[in-house]
Ligand binder design. Sequence first.
Ligand code: DGY
Length: 321
Amino acid sequence: MVNSRRMLVVVARVLLPAGLDPLRDRFEVREGGFDATRDRVLEIAGGADAFVADPSVPVDAQLLEACGDGLRVVANFAVGYDNVDLDACKQRGVVVTNTPDVLTEATAELALALTLAAGRRMSDAERDLRAGRWRGWDPAAYRGIEIRGSTVGVVGMGRIGHRYARLAHVLGAEIVYAGPTAKPEVENEMGARRLELDGLLEAADIVSLHAPATAETRHLIGARELELIGADGVLVNTARGTLVDSDALAGALEAGTLGAAGLDVYEGEPEVPERLLAAPRCVLLPHIGSATVPSRDGMARAVADNVITVLEGREPPSRVV
Ligand code: DGY
């Protein structure tokens, strides 16, 4: 008798039609829904041949166990994969994939938008206007920085960091960067200088984080580092919340020892610390770095391509392990 079982793809929460449709054409698809709890995800995971996660879904040994021995691929709907226990996946022979490239432009542009919004005090200004506190043109109010003539420090000169550096350079910034490897192509292209992190924090007027979340980068920016950025400096984080000690950041904004901050990511999302919500000179966005139509559709398609290739026995386009 022919075994006619269709392979099962479990989507922990949601996937856009650009990725869902090609998966549904080929496989059985089971979705947890936007508000799926951990228990719900564990409940629907059983029998999965492929599991689709996103940055809010921890993929650990317990979840892999719940999927069962048939699991062949964890396809993360994101370029970052700090939510996935890579060792646990390797041990079970499960492939892990991500969605690089398609979100580079969107995320770099959002980092630039946050740089401008924080550097020009846009949140405070808009809040005051909406609350009826605007009393007319004021030459002393909301004075910020200009990118032209500033030194921009890029922490993590990967794809997104490089694109962000280019955008800032085109606007007239001098670029310095820190990271584990030298990037001669970036140095040749825009005269960027590689510095140790402390040197970068001291030299830069604007610091933008583009490093992955790892044990080594946890609280890379704490009280001491914020002091180095200084009272006129701007910190932008579109990478992962764990890179910054949020208590220290709120303290520096409250005390005026940091100029401004623009954040798209937080420790413990979707919670945002009360102190940051109340902090002055702070622009806060809800993790929308990759939220453009081409980027999110591209990410969904990449998830589908990764799942399809693995389940068809081929090498996926973007394999992490
Ligand atoms: C990613 O892809 O890692 C982003 O944070 C999702 O927007």
